[in-house]
Design a protein around this ligand. Structure first.
Ligand code: ARG
Length: 461
């Protein structure tokens, strides 16, 4: 046994030191300490309110717990492996501070409902922080988009030039993904914010506790209806890991685009020195490490989701020590998502410069206006499929002749089809091609301005 006699008198000999280390979670669950203290304060108040301990005892416990909070914040409380986990660490310190009354704190409670409570309080807090970061990320996107409604960028499908786009429209696609992430996290939070406190080890308790009261003190929306479910449910953590994985999918896709855009081949953006890194051997290099790291870190977040799913799938009811394995992946996910959102927001805000000249040139020198030629004829009564085939032929002969569509003479156009007139040149200019796509959700400038307004309102609400 450790000196502190953690378990009951049924144990006669001490834990093997390696097993003590293996068993302990204090090295990582110390992250939960503030939530553990908050949960214990609520529990102590409830014990007093329900007459399970006296009001004075309740006050002593609360004062002792708050002292531990101060000690921790001042760096004066750092429990070691002996403590096993954060819950024992706090209880032992409490007894040191307030004496024997400290031993009453764990009445009508188990570490099983306690750790579930702590984890939920932690996650609720973290979700709010991540949502705030998502809002900042969205608002930086809006800042760039608002300045670039009429900046053009090639649009791709299959990574082949497809149709030109408003740069704002392209960036707003990421705004929309972040919006879904924000909403998804709110939804996950509804399942995070349920109190398991008072479920006990697995079966509830003989004491006349008031679970609604602790839930109210801790601002939980409701309480678990079944004690077995309450102590062994980790759905809320899996749901969070899932939502976090999708945040990472979105950041990773944006990263991939930025990496391509920054290449010599694309040359759509230049990386600013504050967000780029060099090579130890090639003096000319400027590397996009930030988006590469975001893309790379996506892997560990997906891994944590997979790990928790596997941890849960074979667990009989109720608590099993396997559940201690939920924490490191959860903490790492929270820290990774927060770090990536912060880095991406900075990268967008000050680390990228769009090369608008080069972008304009790019959309002027390809066949991404071919659909518009077909649309031109279709609008003049030619069945679309017929027009499409005709334009296909024109593209083929133009490529062979080393020309672009804009290089055809009016005579050539007229030979192809009598419906062509002088306004064809205007109709296939990149600016015009983008400007006229004003179907709802489309890239037309008017539409994009509307989308921007709605997006700004969402962020401000
Ligand atoms: N450190 C433990 C965990 O994180 C706390 C709960 C321990 N419960 C138990 N029955 N051994 O899961």
């Amino acid at each position: 046994m450790t000196e502190q006699q953690t378990w009951s008198q049924r144990f006669e000999s001490a834990l093997h030191p390696a097993i003590a280390r293996f068993n302990a979670s204090i090295t990582f669950d110390i992250e939960l300490i503030e939530y553990d203290l908050t949960g214990s304060v609520a529990h102590a108040k409830m014990l007093a309110k329900c007459g399970i301990i006296s009001p004075e005892e309740g006050e002593q416990l609360v004062a002792g717990l708050e002292q531990i909070r101060q000690e921790y914040q001042q760096g004066k409380f750092s429990p070691g492996i002996d403590a096993e986990d954060v819950h024992f660490a706090v209880e032992h310190r409490l007894v040191e501070i307030v004496g024997d009354v400290g031993k009453k704190l764990h009445t009508a409670r188990s570490r099983n409902d306690q750790v579930g409570t702590d984890t939920r309080l932690y996650l609720r807090d973290q979700i709010k922080q991540i949502q705030k970061q998502l809002r900042e990320f969205q608002s930086v996107i809006l800042d760039i988009a608002e300045k670039n409604v009429e900046t053009l960028i090639p649009g791709y499908t299959h990574l082949q030039r497809a149709q030109p786009l408003s740069l704002a429209h392209h960036l707003l696609a990421y705004f929309q993904m972040a919006q879904r992430d924000w909403e998804r996290l709110s939804d996950v939070c509804r399942r995070v914010n349920i109190s398991p406190l008072g479920c006990g080890a697995l079966a509830g308790t003989t004491f006349p506790i008031d679970r609604h009261y602790t839930a109210e003190l801790l601002q939980f929306d409701k309480i678990y209806a079944n004690s077995l479910d309450g102590v062994s449910d980790r759905d809320f953590a899996i749901e969070f890991l899932c939502a976090a994985s999708l945040v990472m999918v979105h950041l990773s896709r944006l990263s991939e685009e930025i990496i391509l855009w920054a290449s010599e081949e694309f040359g759509f953006v230049t990386l600013q020195d504050s967000c780029a890194t060099g090579s130890s051997i090639m003096p000319q290099k400027k590397n996009p490490d930030v988006p590469e790291l975001v893309r790379g870190k996506t892997g560990r977040v997906f891994g944590h989701l997979q790990a928790l799913l596997v941890i849960m799938k074979g667990l009989p009811l109720a608590y099993n020590k396997d559940l201690q394995e939920d924490k490191e992946g959860l903490f790492d996910t929270v820290n990774t998502v927060k770090a990536c959102l912060e880095a991406m927001t900075i990268l967008l805000r000050e680390g990228l410069k769009f090369r608008t000249q080069r972008l304009a040139q790019a959309v002027a020198e390809d066949f991404s206006n071919a659909t518009d030629v077909a649309d031109y004829l279709a609008a003049r009564g030619v069945p679309f499929r017929e027009a499409y085939n005709l334009v296909g032929k024109v593209v083929k002969t133009s490529i062979a002749a080393g020309k672009l569509l804009k290089d055809l003479t009016l005579e050539e156009w007229k030979q192809l089809h009598p419906a062509f007139a002088a306004d064809i040149y205007e109709a296939i200019s990149p600016q015009q091609v983008v400007a006229v796509r004003n179907s709802y959700g489309g890239t037309g400038f008017e539409q994009v301005r509307k989308e921007l307004l709605a997006a700004r309102a969402q962020v401000d609400s």
